[in-house]
Design a protein around this ligand. Structure first.
Ligand SMILES: C[S@@+](CC[C@H](N)C(=O)[O-])C[C@H]1O[C@@H](n2cnc3c(N)ncnc32)[C@H](O)[C@@H]1O
Length: 344
């Protein structure tokens, strides 16, 4: 069985990198095909694990908008015959809506939605159309001359990342990253349910929330007691229960328990303080102290400003760079996201 994913195009590499990381950490066996930017097929998924994989992807991914089960793939000229040959009672419960999404094609969206909806309705007993709040969602994706007829069995909570934006949480401080990027960084760190995840510059707790929501046990520390307290307030608000927060200056950090992943956004001295230390000084001290708190195979995923060369620091400490992405935030800040491993 196949899944079709519609991904965000707000960044050219991160959505796919995040997906590949989740496939790797959840050991999902599949052939991945990028149909075009924003459209990815996961092919040949094992029938017996299909539902579990589907739910995991929906639960975890930040930069993916929709995940659908592919019912059939057909040439656009054959769409009517194909729609009539499908037993839609397998997919539709009481009422439904058909929505078309186009990629590199001139297909008439409204006419196709109406035509497919009409054919489904006349060929299936006991169902009706409900465009506002359909119980069943049929997604038709048209790419060039190919049409994917899909069923949206599990839906991503599109409102979540909107509702969890930093200024909507009970404790706010400037310099927080978006929950989508925080989720993506947690995924890039190959975090699994039950893993220990540490953020030693936890600020308002944005990264801890995203790790907690995918089932990790999270530990957050910050030099500022107001952040420690605020992060706990935000974690409670997000419904994360398995967490610990403390006040620690990274420069004096002794060993934590060894963790499975470190995901963090250190201060750049722009909207968050480096407490008198230069930005490179903080990064240097952080990198040399954190290495001892990481398990052998643990990954470190961190953000840094592009003005800072962290590569020489990584070499000094015994880390190696695995992946790197850059995100232009505004005129004066490009954020670099690095995925880093220990050299054994
Ligand atoms: C960029 S913010 C983290 C933002 C966080 N990702 C969020 O979503 O709120 C950096 C944090 O590092 C903390 N910090 C600065 N110097 C520190 C140090 N020496 N040790 C630990 N934390 C420090 C600051 O108090 C600040 O909360």
């Amino acid at each position: 069985m196949d899944l079709l994913l519609i991904q965000s195009q707000e960044h050219d590499k991160l959505p796919l990198a995040e997906l590949k990381a989740v496939i790797e950490v959840e050991e999902i066996e599949t052939d991945l095909e990028v149909v075009c930017p924003g459209l990815v097929l996961l092919k040949s998924l094992d029938d017996s694990k299909f539902d579990d994989y589907y739910k995991l992807l929906v639960k975890r991914l930040g930069y993916t908008h929709e995940v659908h089960q592919v019912i059939s793939t057909v040439d656009y000229s054959d769409i009517e015959d194909e729609v009539c040959s499908i037993d839609w009672s397998n997919y539709i419960d009481e009422n439904f809506a058909v929505r078309v999404k186009r990629f590199n094609t001139e297909v008439d969206t409204v006419a196709t939605e109406r035509r497919v909806g009409h054919l489904i309705l006349t060929n299936t007993e006991g169902i009706s159309v409900n465009l506002k709040e359909p119980k069943s969602f049929i997604r038709v994706v048209a790419h060039q001359n190919t049409v994917y007829l899909c069923y949206g069995k599990y839906r991503l909570d599109k409102k979540y990342f909107e509702l969890m934006k930093p200024h909507k949480r009970p404790f706010f401080h400037p310099g927080c990253m978006s929950p989508k990027l925080a989720r993506c960084m947690v995924n890039l760190a190959r975090v699994k349910e039950g893993d220990f995840v540490l953020d030693p510059f936890c600020g308002t707790g944005g990264i801890l929330i995203e790790a907690g929501l995918i089932g990790a046990k999270v530990i957050g520390s910050d030099i500022d007691w107001r952040m420690k307290r605020g992060a706990a307030t935000n974690l409670d608000y997000a419904g994360v229960t398995n967490y610990r927060t403390c006040v620690v200056d990274v420069r004096e950090m002794k060993m934590y328990d060894e963790v499975d992943a470190v995901v963090t956004d250190p201060p750049y001295g722009i909207s968050t303080t480096t407490c008198g230390e230069g930005t490179d000084g903080i990064f240097k001290e952080f990198l040399s102290s954190i290495e001892h708190s990481m398990k052998k195979d643990a990954l470190l995923v961190m953000a840094s400003p592009d003005s800072l060369d962290i590569d020489s620091l990584l070499d000094e400490v015994g880390f190696k760079l695995l992946e790197r992405y850059s995100i232009k935030m505004h005129k004066s800040l490009t954020r670099i996201i690095s995925v880093i491993a220990k050299i054994h």
